[in-house]
Design a binder for this molecule. Structure first.
Ligand code: ZN
Ligand code: ZN
Ligand code: FE
Length: 759
């Protein structure tokens, strides 16, 4: 008989709240092993005993397949003395130092979905069905360890049947902390706009109202959605009026993948994202000649933000509908409404509310992703389904809190080479977003048992995040990070690239080391440091901030870099110049409230405004998006942007291009053609400057980051052109490419500088 052996295993990763112990138990029994398994502060501890071949077979299985939501980062194995016990058991949890990872909120799994569709199952049509493989996690957690009493399920007492499942190691719901059923769990209810309960089946009431063209609120995982029939133009228009939002596209939810494919094109990669348990919103191209949602859902837009149902409530609600508008419940620039305290705010937005009594503890928007032609994902928003999953950050031994940027804020907390990036917080100048920001920073500290040793922040002295860094952590070393350096470092850190790279960092604006607003930047550097190798020619923004929502001002500022006032009056396209533009220009030339910018996003705004689209907009980026939407792909021409050498960098001078654009506008050239020529000019100059810098430095890696890269024509073509010329191209793929990725980049820069002993 073979000798018996015993091993002690420490498993780290996402191993709690995901059915890991029952899995280990079943595996151990299958391999005839004795021993035990338990949840510890650092993960899962296991001891196994059996013959050498049985033990190694168990280990091979453990490494190769894990429960759906689990992820093993590391297994520590030690051979120890045998104890000759006669069974394998699951032991009670042991507390300790906390390094356990909490999984994100995941969509309902196939097994649970089958149950709610099975008339004979006790969970038939129960809207809160979940198991260890699915359901809410991050948004219901108050504290660690992840036990029911530390979640918003604490107030629901398990019924006998649920309790039996909960304590049965072989049940799919063994230690499923949010386990519940219609007997013991949360319930749906339906209210009118004033909060009066409406009798009857809440789901049927909701459906009837949607069918009548009403707008309702639906409480979900990380907040409320505003919901209406996406095929009913009047209903969608009503929603636009109430939300005070004219143009920004609404996301939709399709009943299933087959229905979705009748409206949209969908590549295998996009399909994989849509159907994954993370269930993000994926931006898809509307299908040529396919079925169409109401035009007002995504006005003048060839793309549609789409998702599939991810909670039992969604599945039940979607019965009888092909596609519903499912947009975050908020007013223009405010964060998503997520708790009852704000229910009165919903009153002005909706006709009725589909509610439930499971509290949402953390505001968490839907994540938004689009895909490049070659199948790389681009995060526009990384939230539900991804947060609080760790992203590795090499060489980061300290705990750094990176407080992020101002717009599309996220923050990032590091610990042991891992970065925990927060959910989308929003624009910090909104007080609700700002208070949520402070609350979530405190929660992340608790969740990951990590108090920062260093604070990284943007160089912008007026960002609220910068002020927060100083106010909240007066004692700690604070590391200022230039905005576009953070963008560059975010790409390099994400790809574990320690080499120097050329960074094409294109965004709206960020504070530069010269105090001007940068944003069309070509940097050369690594996570530690950078040089500004080239940038767009500066232009003034007449009226400062105001120019962001009034791109006609930006166009005026850009024209003023070429022409005097009289000439501008003569050559400006019809309708561009409004009311007191001369006075505005005068103020601008005397330097009053006209900061200089090299922002790529602002150049897009200026061109769009000249071309007659988006002279006044609802939201930042709208003019650029409109320009991209109109682009005529058959047009292969381009405008000229020149590269001129300055002292120690290159200037990308767009003045010639603007005169060419004005000529085209005068000649009544189609806007789509102008857009194509402009886009191609940016692509060409991007390639040219990279080639020039490679010749000088030998650097062959190009990193793309910044909000402008959400423009798919731009990113697809620049990637292609660079690759054709032998460059290795890196982009942000698992963190947001816009300012949502700044916090992670700040952490990467800070880590590199701490490592070199700068701080
Ligand atoms: Zn499930
Ligand atoms: Zn129950
Ligand atoms: Fe930025």
């Amino acid at each position: 008989m073979e000798n018996r052996e015993r091993y002690a295993l420490e498993v780290q990763g996402i191993v709690q709240g995901v059915g890991f112990r029952p899995y280990v138990y079943t595996l151990a029994i299958a391999h005839h092993l004795t021993g035990w398994v338990l949840n510890s502060g650092t993960g899962v501890s296991i001891e196994i005993e059996g013959t050498a071949s049985e033990c190694s077979a168990f280990l091979a299985d453990l490494r190769n397949k894990v429960p759906e939501l689990a992820r093993i980062d590391n297994i520590d194995i030690q051979k120890i003395a045998i104890t000759n016990e006669d069974s394998f058991v699951i032991l009670p949890s042991r507390d300790g130092k906390r390094t356990t990872l909490i999984p994100p909120d995941m969509s309902i799994c196939e097994a649970c979905l089958a149950e709610i569709r099975d008339k004979n199952n006790r969970r038939y049509r129960y809207p809160f069905t979940n198991c260890t493989n699915c359901g809410p996690r991050f948004t219901i957690i108050k504290d660690l360890p992840y036990d029911r009493h530390n979640t918003s399920m604490a107030e629901f007492v398990l019924c006998d049947a649920c309790q039996k499942e909960f304590f049965d190691p072989l049940d799919r719901r063994f230690h499923d902390q949010p386990n519940c059923c219609s007997e013991c769990g949360p319930k749906l209810s339906y209210y009118d706009r004033d909060g009066n309960p409406i009798s009857g089946d809440p789901l049927q009431n909701a459906k009837a109202d949607i069918n009548r063209g009403k707008v309702i609120a639906v409480k979900g995982i990380g907040g409320y959605h505003l919901v209406c029939d996406a095929l009913n133009s009047d209903a969608v228009e009503l929603l636009r009026q109430r939300k005070l939002r004219q143009n920004k596209p609404f996301a939709v939810m399709f009943a299933d993948l087959d229905t979705l494919k009748r409206y949209c094109d969908c590549t295998p990669k996009e399909q994989e994202l849509l159907t994954s348990q993370r269930r993000p919103i994926v931006l898809l191209a509307k299908k040529d000649g396919g079925l169409q949602v109401a035009e007002a859902v995504a006005p003048a837009n060839k793309h549609l933000g789409t998702m599939l149902p991810y909670t039992p409530i969604h599945y039940l609600l979607m019965e009888g509908f092909e596609v519903l508008v499912m947009t975050s419940a908020n007013y223009s620039d405010e964060p998503i409404i997520y708790n009852g305290e704000n229910a009165d705010k919903l009153a002005a937005l909706v006709d009725a509310r589909l509610e439930h009594n499971r509290e949402i503890l953390h505001r968490c928007d839907d994540s938004v992703i689009s895909c490049t032609e070659d199948g790389q994902s681009i995060f526009i928003r990384r939230s539900r389904g991804f947060v609080p999953e760790a992203i590795s950050i090499n060489g980061c031994r300290h705990s750094i809190l990176a407080v992020g940027a101002e717009q599309k804020n996220t923050f990032c907390l590091t610990k042991d080479n891992k970065a925990f990036i927060s959910q989308h917080i929003g624009d910090l100048d909104n007080h609700l977003a700002y208070s949520g920001y402070q609350k979530e920073i405190a929660f992340f500290g608790k969740l990951f048992d990590s108090q920062p040793d260093y604070i990284a922040h943007d160089m912008h002295p007026q960002y609220l995040s910068t002020q927060y860094a100083h106010d909240a952590y007066p004692q700690l070393p604070k590391i200022p990070v230039q905005h576009h350096h953070a963008h560059l470092a975010s790409v390099l850190a994400e790809h574990c690239c320690a080499e120097k790279a050329i960074g094409l960092i294109y965004d709206g604006t960020g504070y530069g080391t010269d105090g001007k607003l940068w944003g069309g930047e070509v940097l050369v550097g690594d996570s530690y440091s950078f040089q500004r190798a080239a940038h767009l020619l500066y232009a003034p923004l007449p009226g400062g901030e105001k120019a962001i929502k009034e791109p006609w001002r930006t166009a005026l500022g850009y024209l003023s870099m070429i022409y005097d006032t009289d000439t501008i009056e003569k050559i400006a396209p019809k309708g561009l110049l409004i009311n007191n533009w001369q006075i505005l220009l005068q103020a601008t030339s005397s330097g009053f409230n006209a900061p200089f910018t090299s922002g790529m996003g602002r150049l897009f705004d200026a061109v769009a405004a000249l071309a007659g689209i988006g002279r006044i907009v609802d939201y930042d980026g709208q003019a650029a998006i409109a320009l991209e939407q109109l682009l005529d792909r058959t047009e292969k021409g381009s405008y000229d942007i020149s590269i001129t050498a300055e002292d120690d960098s290159y200037l990308l001078d767009w003045r010639e291009m603007l005169t060419q654009i004005l000529t085209d506008i005068n000649n009544k050239t189609d806007v789509g053609v102008i857009s194509a020529r402009f886009h191609r000019a940016i692509c060409n100059i991007s390639l040219d400057i990279c080639i020039r810098l490679r010749d000088e430095t030998g650097i062959n890696i190009v990193a793309l980051s910044g909000g402008c890269w959400q423009n798919l024509f731009l990113i697809n073509n620049v990637k292609k052109q660079l690759a054709e010329n032998g460059f290795k191209v890196l982009i942000n793929s698992s963190i947001p490419i816009n300012d949502g990725g700044i916090s992670y980049g700040q952490a990467a820069v800070a880590a590199a500088q701490i490592e070199k002993g700068d701080w």
